[in-house]
Design a protein around this ligand. Structure first.
Ligand code: C5P
Length: 238
C-alpha cells in the first residue's frame, strides 16, 4: 500500500513517536507484536504508512533494540514519499521509557508531539488532524476518545465494587495523544510511569481535552483483535 500526504504541510511542526517496543505477550505470537504480519505487511508498517500519510514533519519508530535493523528496512520500503523524515530508535523496558527515547530525538523544529501506539495501526489520518487541531487551539494535550458502552465499576483488591462512575462522564481513550512537546518532556522527566501519556500531563495539573476518536483506532491486543484487523484490511484494503 502506498500513501502520500494530501497536504505535505498538514502537520507542520508536528512529530509523531510511534511506540512499538513492547513484547505483546497477550497476543501469544512468536515475535514482538508490532512485527506480526497483518497481510503482506506488519502492524508497524501499517502504523508507519498512516503516520506518514498524516503529513507529520518527523516520524520516530521506537522498537526493540534487536529489531532496529528490520524496522530500518521498513523505512527503506515505505518512506519513498520523502515525507516525515523518519528515523528508528531502540525502546526501553517500560512504555514510558520507549516514549522518552522517541522524544529525545525530536529537534527544535518540532513543537507538538503525537505519541501513538503501533498496536493501533489502523487509526485514520483524520484522528491525527483532530488531535493536532485541539493542541494548536491552545490545549496542553488532546486525546481521541469514544463513549463507553458498558457500565464501568471500580473494585477493590477483593473484587468488591467501591464506586460506579456515571457512564456519561466516561471515555475510552486511544492514541495518537498530542501535547505541547515541552510539557510532555517535563512530564516524562518526573520518571513516573502510567498506561498513557495524558495521565502524566494531567498529574502536572494541565488540562488535557478529549476529541472524537474512531472505532478503527482499536488496539490489537489479542488474537481476536488480530483477526478483526486482518478482516478489515481484506474487506477494503484500508
Ligand atoms: O502494553 P500496551 O498494549 O499498553 O502497549 C502499548 C504500546 O506501547 C504498544 O504499541 C507497545 O509496543 C508499546 N510499548 C513500548 N515499549 C514498552 C512497552 C510497550 O514501546 N516497553
Amino acid at each position: 500500500m502506498t500513501h502520500s500526504p494530501h497536504d505535505a504541510h498538514a502537520l507542520h511542526g508536528v512529530g509523531v513517536v510511534v511506540v512499538a517496543a513492547g513484547s505483546g505477550s497477550r497476543l501469544g505470537a512468536d515475535r514482538p507484536k508490532a512485527f506480526v504480519r497483518l497481510d503482506g505487511e506488519t502492524i508497524l508498517e501499517h502504523a508507519l504508512v498512516r503516520a506518514l500519510a498524516a503529513g507529520a514533519a518527523r516520524v520516530v519508530l521506537v522498537v526493540p533494540a534487536e529489531l532496529v535493523e528490520e524496522a530500518q528496512g521498513f523505512l527503506d520500503l515505505h518512506a519513498g514519499c520523502g515525507c516525515g523524515d523518519p528515523v528508528v530508535v531502540p525502546g526501553g523496558a517500560e512504555r514510558g521509557d520507549s516514549v522518552a527515547a522517541g522524544l529525545a530525538v525530536l529537534g527544535e523544529d518540532i513543537d507538538v508531539v503525537l505519541v501513538h501506539d503501533a498496536a493501533r495501526c489502523l487509526t485514520p489520518a483524520v484522528v491525527y488532524e483532530r488531535v493536532v487541531a485541539a493542541v494548536r487551539a491552545g490545549a496542553a494535550g488532546a486525546v481521541p476518545g469514544l463513549p463507553v458502552v458498558d457500565t464501568i465499576k471500580i473494585v477493590d483488591d477483593d473484587g468488591v465494587i467501591t464506586a460506579t462512575p456515571a457512564r456519561s462522564t466516561l471515555r475510552a481513550v486511544q492514541t495518537p495523544q498530542g501535547f505541547q512537546l515541552g510539557l510532555l518532556r517535563e512530564a516524562h522527566a518526573s520518571g513516573r510511569q502510567a498506561t498513557d501519556d495524558a495521565a502524566l500531563v494531567e498529574q502536572l495539573g494541565h488540562d488535557v481535552v478529549v476529541v472524537e476518536g474512531d472505532p478503527l483506532g482499536f488496539k490489537i491486543t489479542d488474537q481476536e483483535d488480530l483477526r478483526r484487523a486482518r478482516s478489515l484490511l481484506a474487506q477494503d484494503g484500508r
